[in-house]
Ligand binder design. Structure first.
Ligand code: BTN
Length: 260
C-alpha cells in the first residue's frame, strides 16, 4: 500500500496562494463533502482542503455511491468563486487531476465528459461539484475529488471491468502525498489564472469523448448520438442519427462500442 497521508509532506513543495491554505486530514469521515459543508460556513475559509483516509458514505454524481477504501485519495476543496467561474470548476478539477497523475506517475489520463478521469478507458477518478448561489450574488462551491490510488478493482464485482487505479496500472506503490500536492499546485494555478479561455481549450483537448458514439443520459432522457463538440460552458453537443443536434448540459455519457 502507498505511504500514509502526511500533511507536512504535502506542504513540502506546495506552491499555492489560495488552495491548501489550510489542509485537514481525518482518518475516517462519512464524506468529505459533508464535512466541508457542515462546517465551512462557520469555520473554513476559501482554499481549505479536507482529506479523508476512509469514507464510510462517499458520494458520487447522480446519487451514486463512491467507494473510498484505505489507500485511495478522497478530498474536498472549499471555494468561493465568482458566479461566472462556476462552469470552469469542472474543467479546472479534471485537468488538475490529469496533470498531477502525469507528473507523478508518467501515466497518460484523459477526460470522459463531463469530468471522469480515465486511464486506458477505465475510470481512475471521479469528481463531484456542489454549488450554492448566495443572495448577495456570490457563490460557494465544494469540489470533491476521489482518485483510485491503491484500489484493486478486481475485488469489487460492480466496478471490476470499468475502474482502475494508479497502482494497478503501474504495479508499483504511488505516493498519495505527491499526487495531492501536485493536484493542489495545478488547481491553484488554474483557479487563480483568470484564463478561462485557455482552461477551456486545454480541457477540450483532453476529452476522450469527442468524435465517439455515445449514449447520453440526463434527467429521464437517454439518447444515442455522436459526441460532436463542447462549448465554453461545458455543454456537450450531440449529433443525432437524424442529423439534428441536441445539447446535454448535465448528465452522464457512456462510450458505445461500434460493431466490428
Ligand atoms: C463520481 O464520479 O460519481 C464522483 C465521485 C466523487 C467522489 C469524491 S471522493 C471525495 C468527495 N467526497 C465524496 O463523498 N465524494 C467526493
Amino acid at each position: 500500500m502507498s505511504e500514509d497521508i502526511s500533511i507536512p509532506l504535502i506542504h513540502q513543495g506546495l506552491k499555492t496562494s489560495v488552495i491548501g491554505r489550510s489542509i485537514r486530514y481525518y482518518e475516517h469521515l462519512a464524506s468529505t463533502m459533508e464535512a466541508a459543508k457542515n462546517e465551512s460556513r462557520l469555520v473554513f475559509p476559501e482554499g481549505t482542503v479536507i482529506i479523508a483516509g476512509i469514507q464510510e458514505k462517499g458520494r458520487g454524481r447522480l446519487q451514486r455511491e463512491w467507494r473510498t477504501p484505505a489507500g485511495n485519495i478522497a478530498l474536498s476543496i472549499v471555494l468561493s468563486p465568482v458566479i461566472g467561474n462556476l462552469p470552469y470548476l469542472i474543467m479546472m478539477s479534471s485537468l488538475s487531476v490529469c496533470r498531477s497523475i502525469s507528473m507523478v506517475t508518467g501515466l497518460e489520463a484523459g477526460i470522459k465528459w463531463p469530468n471522469d478521469v480515465l486511464i486506458g478507458g477505465k475510470k481512475v477518478c471521479g469528481i463531484l461539484i456542489e454549488n450554492e448561489l448566495k443572495q448577495d450574488g456570490t457563490a460557494s462551491a465544494v469540489v470533491g475529488i476521489g482518485i483510485n490510488v491503491g484500489l484493486q478493482p478486481v475485488r469489487y464485482d460492480d466496478i471490476a471491468v470499468t475502474a482502475t487505479s494508479l497502482e494497478y496500472e503501474l504495479g508499483t506503490p504511488v505516493s498519495r502525498n505527491d499526487i495531492v500536492r501536485e493536484l493542489l499546485n495545478h488547481f491553484d494555478r488554474l483557479y487563480t489564472s483568470g484564463k478561462n479561455d485557455c482552461i477551456f481549450v486545454d480541457w477540450q483537448g483532453k476529452l476522450v469523448t469527442l468524435g465517439q458514439p455515445v449514449t447520453a443520459t440526463w434527467k429521464d432522457r437517454s439518447v444515442e448520438g455522436i459526441a460532436e463538440s463542447v462549448d465554453e460552458t461545458g455543454t456537450l453537443v450531440l449529433r443525432l442519427p437524424d442529423g439534428s443536434t441536441t445539447q446535454v448540459v448535465a448528465g452522464d455519457v457512456t462510450l458505445r462500442k461500434t460493431p466490428g
